[in-house]
Each structure stands twice: as structure tokens, then as C-alpha cells.
Ligand binder design. Structure first.
Ligand code: ADP
Length: 261
């Protein structure tokens, strides 16, 4: 018949008594699976109509008489559909990352190569309006998933740029620490008040809605980071001061690191 999923806990009291608790979590797991599948399907299905809408909007922008009202409306419409497209894409990334419960830790990631490509991407995002600096004393190849690590790093870098005023600076570093290899992104941006920090990695959580919308934010970035890191036995650390700036970091633990000789 139907398979049931039980969660079993064994608690010991002293050395003579044991308490066994069994809980049927079949329904919870099924619902969770349905939620994930639903989100993945919906985001996938939304992609095609969005692409069609964007295509026609572009055509209209080129062919419509350059009447002020028309052009303004069209440009607003394309901005919003661009925003929707990035939300749909981020939702898909999130559902894939959430789904990959176990990643293949046999593969290794070349941090040096990753850093070079992150730097190119960061300079493109900064468009010359920010000072972006990189430094690394690392030549390690941790076990893990390159796409997921890249996604975590680029989300942190893009946030640092988006939540900093032009003219500010962003510093990215990979360095050796006693517990492993630490990646950090430090910015001289808006900063975050302490009461928000614990909730930043929740789906759709935003401190400043207006700013996030304006910069093309989806509220999903840090949630993606959190899942990608948990697959690498790591956690996001946030240090921030409102008005001064922030530092987002994580440590890839030593047991995942292979030192290159
Ligand atoms: P978003 O797409 O809105 O940027 P994220 O999940 O990436 O979503 O981040 C959640 C919220 O955390 C953001 O809306 C922003 O308020 C805050 N945040 C993230 N990174 C920074 C940063 N470097 N400086 C200040 N605030 C930040």
C-alpha cells in the first residue's frame, strides 16, 4: 500500500530510560513537495507569455509615433515586464536549488577561475559607477557545486552594488581562515538595521521595498544564497550598520577543501 514516512526520535534519560517518539510526516512532506513542484511549474509556464509580451513591446517602441504618452507607457510596461522576467527566473533558480537536497560533493570548484569570472561580471554590474576591488590569497578547490557557489557569490556582489550609492565602493575577498575558506563582500552602502537581519534570507523579504523595486530586486536573492550555502555546509553571516555599510560573508568549511599543491 501507500508508503508512510516516519520521523523517529530517541531520547535518553540517564542510563536506564529511553523515550521513543515516532511522528508520521508523510502528509507534511507531500505538501512541501507539491508546493515546490507548483512553484517550479508556474514559473516555467510564465516564461513563454512573458517573452511574447516583451517582443511585441519592443516592436511597438520602434514603430509607434514618438508621442510622449505612448513612449512613456511603453517604457514603463517594458520595465515592469523585465522585472517580472527576473522574478520568474529567480523563482526557477530557487526551486532548482531547493530541490537539490544533496549535491554531488565529488566535484571540486576552482576558486581562482571562479574569482576571475566573478570580477568580470562585477565590473559589468558596476558600470564604472563604483569602485569594485578584489583580493584573494587562495588557491583552493573546495568540493561542491560551481553553479551554486557562483550564484551565491554573484547575488551578494550584485546586492552590494545595488544597495550602495554610485561613487561608493565594494570589496570582494576570498581568504584563508582557521575554519576554512572565507568569501566576503563589504560595501559602503545603505546598511541594514539590526531588527531586519535575521529575516533577510526569507523568500520575498525586503527591508526597503521601494529601493529594491527600483534596483530590479526580487526579494529572492538571499534565499537562493542561503540554500546554495547550506548544500556546502555553510551559513551566511551578515554584519551591518545603517548608513555605514554591510559585510556579507560565508566560510566553506575545512572538510570540503582540498589544498592545491
Ligand atoms: P532583493 O532582490 O530585494 O535585493 P535579496 O533577497 O537579495 O532581495 O535581499 C533582501 C533584502 O536585503 C533587500 O531587499 C535589501 O533590503 C537587503 N539587502 C541585501 N543586501 C544588502 C546590502 N548589501 N546592503 C543593504 N541592504 C541589503
Amino acid at each position: 500500500s501507500e508508503q508512510r514516512l516516519l520521523e523517529i526520535r530517541l531520547i535518553s534519560y540517564g542510563d536506564r530510560q529511553l523515550l521513543l517518539i515516532a511522528r508520521d510526516i508523510t502528509r507534511i512532506r507531500n505538501l512541501e513537495g507539491m508546493r515546490k513542484e507548483f512553484v517550479a511549474n508556474v514559473s516555467h509556464e510564465l516564461k513563454t507569455p512573458l517573452t511574447v509580451i516583451q517582443g511585441y513591446l519592443e516592436m511597438m517602441q520602434e514603430t509607434m509615433p514618438a508621442d510622449d504618452f505612448n513612449q512613456r507607457s511603453l517604457s514603463l510596461m517594458s520595465q515592469q515586464s523585465e522585472r517580472m522576467k527576473s522574478m520568474v527566473e529567480q523563482l526557477l533558480v530557487l526551486s532548482k536549488i531547493e530541490d537539490a537536497t544533496e549535491i554531488d560533493l565529488q566535484n571540486t570548484v576552482n576558486i581562482k577561475a571562479l574569482l576571475t569570472s566573478l570580477e568580470e561580471e562585477a565590473q559589468a554590474l558596476a558600470r564604472g559607477e563604483y569602485t569594485v576591488t578584489f583580493d584573494s590569497d587562495l588557491d583552493v578547490e573546495p568540493h561542491g557545486n560551481e553553479l551554486q557557489l557562483r550564484s551565491a557569490c554573484i547575488n551578494l556582489i550584485s546586492n552590494a552594488i545595488r544597495y550602495t550609492e554610485p561613487g561608493g565602493s565594494v570589496h570582494v575577498s576570498w581568504k584563508k581562515v582557521p575554519t576554512g575558506a572565507e568569501f566576503s563582500v563589504t560595501d559602503t552602502g545603505l546598511g541594514i538595521e539590526p531588527q531586519h537581519i535575521a529575516r533577510l534570507t526569507e523568500r520575498f523579504y525586503r527591508v526597503d521595498d521601494a529601493r529594491s523595486r527600483q534596483t530590479g530586486g526580487t526579494g529572492l536573492g538571499l534565499s537562493i544564497v542561503k540554500h546554495a550555502l547550506s548544500h556546502h555546509h555553510s551559513e551566511l553571516k551578515v554584519e551591518s550598520e545603517r548608513g555605514k555599510g554591510s559585510r556579507f560573508s560565508f566560510v566553506i568549511p575545512q572538510h570540503l577543501i582540498e589544498l592545491k599543491h
